[in-house]
Every structure is written in structure tokens, then in C-alpha cells.
Design a protein around this ligand. Structure first.
Ligand SMILES: NC(=O)c1ccc[n+]([C@@H]2O[C@H](COP(=O)([O-])OP(=O)(O)OC[C@H]3O[C@@H](n4cnc5c(N)ncnc54)[C@H](OP(=O)(O)O)[C@@H]3O)[C@@H](O)[C@H]2O)c1
Length: 333
């Protein structure tokens, strides 16, 4: 093979906000599979907020990435050479292949994609980890009932966009919180939210109560910080908070903390953090339901697509600050 591999490495750990200088693009030989391995040519790379956590040394649920290593990340690609009994050239696969054009794999954490006319990039979003996160977080942890009101932050994003639509399928009133009038319009007009509050308008404490006149029964929290404090003041008795993410805190040197913790007590709220990879037994059911809902047109999705591996750092930094609409991916070929 004459083509070179290209890889993006973690060049240094971020101190606060992520910058281009935290990454380095390098060229390497395309590796050859040993016995039990196969070689994947990546077609789409997924950019996800959890990667910010892996860039840092802070204790978390997963080990930090090492400086000088290829950035971790999910991708979809095509098997181009194989010495693995279960994977053959031409197979389309999704797995932890990293920020690079070619990756070796032993099959661990890899799923074969049965092509059903759905674009391959969707297996990184609505039919992948973010979709399953929305499903498990809302249905298993949030336990919404028909007629209840759900609020979700980062409502137009990869996870949030699916949360709102599953809530509608369950017969709930779905209210989003998103950054900007365009994202809110998209959430209501295309994703079918009943209402969406633009927190960047700076009036969340006045606008949110108007959008949830009967209070909030489930708050799917993607962001933490001031937005969560505002929602806490609207929670109903015996409401639930699936704590999915804290993106407003990821680039802060010190946590902001919450002010309105009293609401947890007086409203007997059940707040539970969760990590989607702890629920592997639920993935098959989640993926089957999500695929059916997408096929039936009950779940719609949008992607923001960056072009070329070298643009992945800029797209990643943009996603962390809200430049994406829907799932952020990078097209690699
Ligand atoms: N627990 C799990 O297993 C799990 C799995 C996947 C994802 N997550 C978490 O879920 C959340 C959403 O992930 P995603 O992949 O769907 O990303 P995403 O929503 O597609 O993109 C990130 C969004 O976060 C919002 N954001 C950024 N900074 C913010 C701030 N300071 N305040 C409020 N919102 C801010 C932006 O939307 P706006 O423009 O609307 O602000 C941005 O578009 C993240 O916190 C992520 O870590 C958790």
C-alpha cells in the first residue's frame, strides 16, 4: 500500500479550554494486520464531549489518554485487509478506531453494520453511542410517563435531539433548552419539541417557567451549571434527573457547583448519574428501537460534517462551544 496513514495525536493536555495546539497531525506507515487482526479504513470520525475528559488527567470513569498517543474516538469504516475469522474485506464496521485514517483492530468493541440504506455516519449518532445514551438515560433512569413534562438541555445536540423525540413517542410534553434562536427553531419545527428556550438570550429564569407552566417531571441534564440551577427551581415533587453530562463545566479550572440543591430535598428528587457503557445489556434493545423509529420517521436527526482529518481539532473545539447542530462528525474520505 503506497498511501500513508494520518493520525492526530494528543500533543499536550489542555489547561482550561481546548486549543489547536493540544493536537498534532502526523504521518505514519499504514500498519499490516497480524494474525487475529484486521485493518480498517475510516470513513467517518465521531467527535464527542467525553474526549475532552480523556485529554485531562483528572480521575474519571475511564483512563486518560496518554500524551503522544492517537486521540481516542469512535469511527465507522471499511475493512480493507483481514486476518480475523469474523471480519472480511468490504465489511462496514463501527468501533473505537481513533482519530486516524487507518486503524488495526482485534474486533473488541467493534460492531458490523448491516447496511439498510441508512447513511454510515448515523451509526456514530442516532444509531450509535449518543442515541443509546438518550434511550437509556431517558427511559431507564428518567422513567417518563405519558402526560409528564420533560426538559432536556443541549436539546438540539446528538444526545439531546434524540431525548426530546423519545419523550414525544412516550406521550410527554418535551421542552428543550438550547443555545440560540436557530437551534430552538430547529428543535421545535424539525424535531417536534413543544417548546424550546434559548438560554443565550439571557432570560432563562423568566422564559423557562413560561415554557413549563406545570413544572418539570424529568430533567435530562447534559450541561450542569447555571442551566441546571434554573431548572432545579421548576422541578415537581418526586421528579427525576438523569445526569448525563456537565459540558458547561468541562473547560473550567474549578467546578462552579450548584446553588439550588435544596430543591432536591424538598421535592424528593431522584438524581442519578449514568455512563452509557455500564449498560451494555440494554444496547441491543435500544439500537433496535432507535432503528425502527428512524425507519418510521418518528426520530429525525441532523449532522454537522467537517471535511478531512486535519480539520477534526477545529470541529472538536467548535462542538464544545456549541457550533454544531446535531451530531458532529468528520468525513475522512
Ligand atoms: N453519560 C454518558 O454516558 C454520556 C454519553 C454521551 C454524551 N454524554 C454527555 O451528553 C452531553 C451532550 O453530548 P452530545 O454528544 O450530545 O453533544 P452535543 O449536544 O451534540 O454538542 C455539545 C453541545 O453542548 C452545548 N454546550 C456547550 N457548552 C455549553 C455551556 N457552557 N452551557 C450549556 N450548553 C453548552 C452546546 O449546545 P448549545 O449550543 O445548545 O449550548 C453544544 O452544541 C455532554 O455533556 C456529554 O458529555 C454523556
Amino acid at each position: 500500500m503506497t498511501e500513508k496513514n494520518q493520525q492526530i495525536l494528543l500533543a499536550r493536555r489542555p489547561a482550561g479550554a481546548v486549543e489547536e495546539g493540544n493536537f498534532r497531525l502526523v504521518e505514519a506507515e499504514v500498519p499490516q494486520p497480524a494474525e487475529g487482526q484486521f485493518l480498517v479504513r475510516n470513513l467517518f470520525l465521531s467527535l464527542d464531549p467525553y474526549m475532552r475528559g480523556r485529554m485531562s488527567e483528572a480521575k474519571s470513569y475511564a483512563k486518560p489518554a496518554e500524551v503522544g498517543q492517537v486521540m481516542v474516538g469512535g469511527a465507522v469504516g471499511e475493512v480493507v485487509a483481514s486476518r480475523h475469522p469474523k471480519f472480511k474485506p468490504g465489511d462496514k464496521v463501527e468501533g473505537p478506531f481513533g482519530w486516524q485514517l487507518y486503524a488495526l483492530s482485534d474486533g473488541k468493541g467493534v460492531r458490523k453494520i448491516e447496511e439498510r440504506g441508512i447513511p454510515l455516519s448515523a451509526y456514530l449518532g442516532v444509531l450509535g453511542m449518543p442515541g443509546v445514551t438518550a434511550y437509556i438515560g431517558l427511559l431507564d433512569i428518567g422513567q417518563p410517563k405519558a402526560g409528564e413534562t420533560l426538559v432536556v438541555s443541549a436539546a438540539s445536540g446528538a444526545v439531546g435531539g434524540v431525548v426530546g423525540q423519545i419523550a414525544k413517542i412516550q406521550g410527554c410534553r418535551a421542552v428543550g433548552i438550547a443555545g440560540g434562536a436557530d437551534k430552538c427553531r430547529f428543535a421545535v419545527e424539525e424535531l417536534g419539541y413543544d417548546a424550546c428556550v434559548d438560554y443565550k438570550a439571557g432570560r432563562l429564569d423568566e422564559d423557562l417557567p413560561r415554557a413549563v407552566p406545570g413544572g418539570v417531571d424529568v430533567y435530562f441534564d447534559n450541561v450542569g451549571g447555571e442551566i441546571t440551577d434554573s431548572v432545579l427551581l421548576r422541578m415537581n415533587a418526586f421528579s427525576r434527573i438523569p445526569l448525563c453530562g456537565l459540558i458547561s463545566e468541562y473547560g473550567r479550572p474549578e467546578p462552579r457547583g450548584l446553588k439550588n440543591v435544596r430543591s432536591l430535598l424538598v421535592n424528593r428528587i431522584k438524581l442519578q448519574g449514568f455512563i452509557v457503557s455500564d449498560h451494555l445489556q440494554r444496547w441491543p434493545a435500544a439500537l433496535a428501537d432507535l432503528a425502527r423509529w428512524v425507519a418510521e420517521g418518528k426520530i429525525k436527526y441532523r449532522e454537522t460534517v467537517a471535511e478531512g482529518l486535519r480539520n477534526a481539532p477545529t470541529a472538536f473545539i467548535g462542538m464544545l462551544s456549541g457550533k454544531n447542530l446535531g451530531k458532529q462528525v468528520v468525513k475522512l474520505s
